[in-house]
Design a protein around this ligand. Structure first.
Ligand code: PMV
Length: 331
């Protein structure tokens, strides 16, 4: 098994860094329609299955890097200088050390999230993707997007997909060194597609997705069926995207997310991310759909719910979920 450092070395190969004075990059957040849940390599975050996501338009993370005037690296998050030993700063710094050509260089990393949710939905995806792009630009490696997606995946698996906008597929890959486990942008556009964020809680989840995945893979008998479920869902969702068949996309994405949560629930002890409000929201979506509204939902490892619908349903959705924030993936 490779270490993260060996993996990055392999990708950088003979690239010569050309350090610039300043670099700033944006990466969109994304929501998986076919989820990544479970790692085939827990160090490199290599997934057990392929996954497929759609990005959240202008919502995501902007990260800039400049030479720091101080001896040590600094991390500034949403305008606040962080203690370098805080969980967030140490994750950012250990990741950036992987790409530093010379440990003697001190940098200042400024990162801003504009996702209008307190819990910062999927911010690790856009965060590590923006950081990867900014580090690449600052150190002047000039990596290809495929390579950026491989490196961002070391930060968090879903970050590999946030290198691109639109529909993105991350390949599971089969190489032991992980170099074929990159993401690709799919050539489909769906201007009418909308993703609504229903905030249930602002609290940080008590079980991280890393811990949740490991626990599910180890203890859930239902997880044995997950690779088949994911494979079927991904191909049907892809068909739905190609044909712009919203019902297929919505049904399969919702079922995929429910199946992921079922696997978590069947782990021992059970893993339940939902709150009472989550269940209320799920039931509301079910009953609106019964009344004929083309509306589906998907959930990640947390209590918040994301709604999937099209532009023509936007006003009805707003009426029923007045607090909703709506992302337009294809602007
Ligand atoms: O990338 P991570 O480690 O935050 O895990 C993401 C897991 C899910 O959000 C539940 C699914 C996904 O594919 O994004």
């Amino acid at each position: 098994m490779l270490t993260k450092r060996d993996f990055v070395k392999k990708i950088l190969k003979e690239r010569k860094p050309v350090i610039s004075g300043y670099a700033e990059k944006f990466a969109p957040s994304n929501i998986a329609l076919c989820k990544y849940w479970g790692k085939r390599d827990t160090i490199l975050n290599l997934p057990v299955t392929d996954s497929l996501s759609v990005s959240l338009g202008k919502w995501g993370t902007t990260t800039s890097i400049r030479i720091s005037g101080e001896k040590e690296d600094r991390v500034i998050f949403n305008g606040r200088v962080l203690d370098k030993n805080s969980e967030f700063a140490s994750k950012v710094l250990s990741f950036s050390n992987l790409l530093k050509p010379d440990p003697g260089i001190s940098i200042e990393i400024r990162t801003e999230n504009n996702i209008p949710t307190a819990a910062g939905s999927a911010s690790s995806a856009s965060g590590f993707a923006a950081l990867t792009k900014a580090l690449d630009a600052f150190f002047g490696y000039d990596l290809e997007e495929k390579e950026l997606s491989l490196i961002a995946g070391l930060g968090s698996g879903s970050a590999s997909r946030s290198i691109y906008s639109g529909f993105v597929r991350r390949n599971r890959g089969s190489a032991e060194d992980g170099t074929d486990s990159f993401s690709v942008k799919l050539p489909y556009i769906w201007k009418e597609l909308r993703v609504g964020l229903v905030d249930i809680t602002e609290d940080k989840k008590s079980v991280s997705s890393r811990e949740g995945m490991e626990h599910t893979v180890k203890t859930s008998l239902l997880y044995r069926s997950w690779p088949d479920q994911a494979e079927r869902d991904l191909s049907l969702i892809l068909e739905g995207i190609k044909k712009k068949d919203f019902e297929t996309l919505g049904r399969r994405a919702e079922n995929n997310s429910m199946a992921m949560h079922a696997c978590m629930l069947a782990s021992d002890p059970p893993l339940l991310y939902w709150e009472p409000e989550t269940v209320k929201t799920i039931k509301k979506v079910f009953s609106l759909r019964k009344e004929g509204m083309p509306l589906y939902l998907t959930m990640d490892a947390g209590a918040n719910v994301k709604l999937l619908f099209e532009k023509e349903t936007e006003e009805d959705v707003k009426e029923n979920f007045p607090e909703i924030k709506i992302a337009v993936p294809f602007i």
